[in-house]
Write a protein that binds this ligand. Structure first.
Ligand SMILES: [Zn+2]
Length: 175
């Protein structure tokens, strides 16, 4: 195997870190599940079985995410391993639309939720640290903003109760 550059090592380390975290999380879940499933067994078998199941799951996830991470980071042009990383991200707003949804509440009131739905064209730029080959990944992403919920009381016809969810429901959507 050829010597990796610092940049490649960094990328490899970050993929590895993600794989370890994923493996540990799933390992713990599987171990807990196995421990619960082995409820009828005695202590040693129960703990050993749970530990083994957890380890196997963790190892499987680790290997799987390492290989998919490595495949994704491999340059299609020069074949260098761990060389592709995202170098730029451009977003363009395509459409911004006011949306509304209504829900009938048990007491006859209507809960009205309004928000602005924005659709972006996203263009991610990936660059190979070895041969500087540039590739793009384009996709669309949808985001919600300015979400507001109002309750329209059925009692007072047409009156919109001002005590909408005052607990700032305006969520700034995550990037
Ligand atoms: Zn390359």
């Amino acid at each position: 195997m050829t010597q990796l550059t610092d940049q490649q090592e960094t990328l490899r380390a970050s993929i590895k870190k993600g794989a370890i975290i994923g493996g540990v999380i799933l390992g713990v879940i599987v171990a807990a599940l196995a421990y619960w499933l082995l409820g009828g067994q005695d202590g040693m078998i129960r703990q050993g079985g749970a530990g083994l199941a957890g380890l196997l799951a963790a190892g499987g996830v680790y290997r799987k995410s390492m290989s998919s991470g490595a495949a994704g980071a491999k340059c299609a042009k020069c074949n260098a391993a761990f060389s592709i990383s995202r170098t730029d991200k451009a977003e363009a707003l395509v459409k911004s639309e006011a949306r509304e949804s209504r829900k009938e509440l048990e007491n006859g009131d209507t809960e009205i939720t309004t928000w602005i739905e924005e659709i972006f064209d996203v263009d991610d730029t990936y660059t190979c640290s070895k041969c500087a080959d540039v590739s793009h990944k384009k996709y669309q992403s949808t985001r919600k903003r300015d979400e507001k919920t109002v309750v329209k009381s059925a009692g007072k016809k047409g009156a919109v109760a001002a005590k909408a969810n005052s607990r700032g429901k305006t969520k700034q959507s995550k990037n």
